[in-house]
Design a protein around this ligand. Structure first.
Ligand code: ATP
Ligand code: MG
Length: 569
């Protein structure tokens, strides 16, 4: 096929552009907005960011990067009742951690309150807005349905003079919250419900975290968002599909300001929804407030701060979002896909060490008492230059209780009486006996080692089926480990509308394991956020609560996906 013959779509696909990138690319080629590209990420500072926001961030910042544009960070702070600087700070930290930068383009919708107020006044004077004295219930009753026209408010025909006087007094604080609103005078019979005289301003008397008591009226989302885009020179206002129905109103208000030379454009993509969790900020806030989790950054939360604390890497989150892509169709994404991306990245970057979660003492009877030696262990076999570290070996070690069976089934390739295993990075050992307490629990296991089988020596090439991780008892350091599982016990908590979502929480989502034995190297690497692999167990990172002498590790994720299997049991 001739290059010229390719359709736009073919060309897009061959370049691997998603549909939003295609629109942006076309607009840039057509020279729209003077060839500028400016996007924005517009969080409301009423909660911490979650993985859904990460999808929006990757789009808004990513597309600007890709096409040489800029992306603004704009706090959509139009509701002082729910917003707080704690959220502003956390949002900034999370975006930076994901690897994006807004430079000096940090804006607040509240910066535009004066311009928005002026626009409202102009619209009142032009007969395009009126003050309605009805309660929100009355207004809702008059809305009609998509097929039945609404009814006009009895206050709809007020004169501009009266409306202006009332609106100014609303802002002076003369009226109670909820007693009056300013509405756009559009069309109570419009097939688009958002056109049925939408509310532009409501009275709120709670002080605002940035503007204090300056205002007593606050703009609604629909009256603030498009105009804020316009004031900032945003060219492509990319959001999620639930805003499709708001788009005509977005355009209606923007037209009050824009001309032919520049007009922001709204484009919508599908939200990220994940199995076994919820994404609603309202619900997440409830979990935090009611103490059902240990805060917004609880490692079980779908928040970016929770995932960071748990040990997810920014790269794994970005890889996951890349993989699921952007479409026009709502979907429920499997959390397994995210976990796969996390494992894949951690496998490449995590530093290896040994830890025994459920220790069983093993004594090597032919290893001289008091002797010890240092073994060289690979830090990361996936990386050429990751180097090695030193790990002490001695007569008494800990192995995982599960790795020993007195009467093993046929296919048990770990340690059992008279059987041989390899100690990872050490020697081949053979079990010669064991000791039980009065209740019949195994207390100690006895083995002999073969000095010729030391890792690296020719004798180590001998074939044995099992390899165990271990820690020298004398050198082991105690730690606590927190094992996390999915926050909810059901795949789609939001779909179970007959139940309170809190009843659907997974009671097994956190298990704390004390008295874990770790090699000294892991203790040295107990740095929150530093990815570690406890060999044969999983990926871990130190928790922010961890301190020398009281080490705490979060399990980021198990080595393999055992969930599906366990569900089928
Ligand atoms: P709410 O409006 O209920 O407080 P929100 O999740 O929409 O919550 P915002 O702070 O308004 O929160 O969201 C900021 C941006 O992130 C918006 O552009 C929104 O479309 C996008 N966003 C929010 N949730 C998701 C999601 N699950 N997937 C993709 N984008 C999302
Ligand atoms: Mg929102």
């Amino acid at each position: 096929m001739d290059k010229e013959e390719m359709t736009v779509n073919d060309e897009a696909q061959s370049k691997g552009l998603n549909f939003v990138e295609q629109i942006v690319s076309d607009d840039l080629k057509a020279g729209k907005n003077g060839g500028r590209l400016n996007t924005r990420f517009p969080p409301e500072p009423n909660g911490y960011l979650h993985i859904g926001h990460a999808k929006a961030i990757c789009m808004d910042f990513g597309i600007a990067e890709k096409f040489g544009g800029t992306c603004n960070l704009r706090f959509d702070d139009t509701n002082p009742v729910k917003e707080d600087v704690e959220y502003v700070d956390s949002i900034k930290e999370d975006i930076k951690w994901l690897g994006f930068d807004w430079g000096d383009r940090e804006y607040y919708a509240s910066d535009y309150f004066p311009q928005l107020f002026d626009l409202a006044i102009r619209m009142i004077k032009e007969g395009k807005a009126y003050v309605d004295d009805q309660t929100s219930e009355q207004i809702a009753q008059q809305k009609g349905t998509p097929t039945v026209a609404g009814t006009n408010s009895p206050y709809r025909s007020r004169t501009p003079e009266e409306n202006l006087d009332l609106f100014l007094r609303m802002n002076k604080g003369e009226f109670d919250e909820g007693s009056r609103v300013l509405r756009a005078k559009i069309d109570m019979a419009s097939p688009n419900m958002h056109f049925r005289d939408p509310i532009m301003y409501r009275i709120i008397k709670t002080p605002h975290h940035r503007t204090g008591n300056t205002w007593n009226v606050y703009p609604m989302y629909d009256f603030a968002h498009g105009q804020s885009d316009y004031f900032e020179g945003v060219t492509h206002s990319i959001c999620t599909l639930e805003f499709v129905v708001h788009r005509p109103l977005y355009e209606y208000f923007v037209k009050e300001l824009a001309d032919d030379s520049y007009c922001p454009r709204q484009i919508e993509f599908n939200r990220l929804n994940l199995t076994y969790t919820v994404m609603s900020k309202r619900k997440l806030l409830q979990l935090v407030k009611e103490g059902l989790v240990a805060g917004w950054d609880d490692p079980r939360m779908p928040t970016i701060s929770g995932m960071r604390r748990r040990g997810f890497t920014p790269q794994s989150i970005r890889n996951f979002i890349d993989k699921i892509g952007y479409t026009k169709y709502e979907a429920l994404n499997s959390i397994s896909l995210l976990e796969h991306a996390v494992r894949e990245d951690l496998n490449a970057v995590a530093t290896r060490g040994m830890a025994v979660l459920n220790p069983l003492k093993l004594i090597i009877t032919n290893y001289p008492d008091g002797q010890e030696e240092i073994l060289e262990m690979e830090n990361n076999p996936e990386q050429q230059d990751a180097g090695t570290h030193k790990m002490p070996f001695s007569r008494e070690i800990f192995i995982e209780r599960d790795d020993f069976m007195e009467e093993p089934p046929k296919k048990f390739f770990r340690l059992a009486p008279d059987k041989e295993v390899r100690l990872k990075g050490g020697y081949i050992i053979k079990c010669t006996g064991l000791k039980k307490d009065e209740a019949g629990n195994i207390e100690e296991v006895y083995c002999t080692y073969d000095p010729d089988t030391k890792s690296g020596l020719p004798g180590s090439m001998r074939k044995v089926k099992g390899t165990l991780h271990w820690v020298s008892a004398k050198h082991a350091i105690d730690a606590t480990v927190r094992l996390y599982d999915r926050l909810f016990a059901v795949e789609n908590p939001s779909a179970e509308t007959d139940k309170d979502f809190r009843e659907l929480l997974n009671p097994e989502s956190l298990k704390v394991v004390e008295n874990v034995k770790i090699e000294p190297f892991l203790a040295e690497n107990a740095v929150p956020g530093k990815p570690l692999q406890f060999q044969r167990i999983g990926y871990f990172t130190a928790d922010k609560d961890s301190e020398p002498g009281k080490l705490i590790f979060n399990r980021t994720i198990a080595l393999k996906d055992s969930w599906e299997k366990e569900q089928k049991k």
